[in-house]
Design a protein around this ligand. Structure first.
Ligand code: ZN
Length: 77
């Protein structure tokens, strides 16, 4: 059963406070930079910390509307 609240299953999602931001990162959701001091999310597949990405908080939320683009097992190259 797919229960509500398991949308991030398979991913580790950590909030990052603006104060903890030390450099600008490019958000894979919108392809824009996350500016210094912007609270956002850092996300990686469980067990694959090296694949971590920094996302704008709303971009990560919107990702769930397009599960075909970043779904588990859909990695390429
Ligand atoms: Zn974004």
């Amino acid at each position: 059963m797919d229960g509500a609240g398991n949308a991030d299953e398979g991913w580790v999602v950590r909030p990052v406070t603006g104060a903890a931001t030390t450099k600008a990162y490019r958000c894979p959701g919108c392809d824009h930079l996350i500016e210094l001091g912007t609270p956002h999310r850092v996300v990686w597949p469980v067990g694959a910390l090296d694949d971590r990405r920094h996302w704008h908080t709303p971009c990560w939320a919107r990702r769930h509307a397009r599960p075909d683009r970043f779904r588990r097992g859909g990695r390429r190259g």
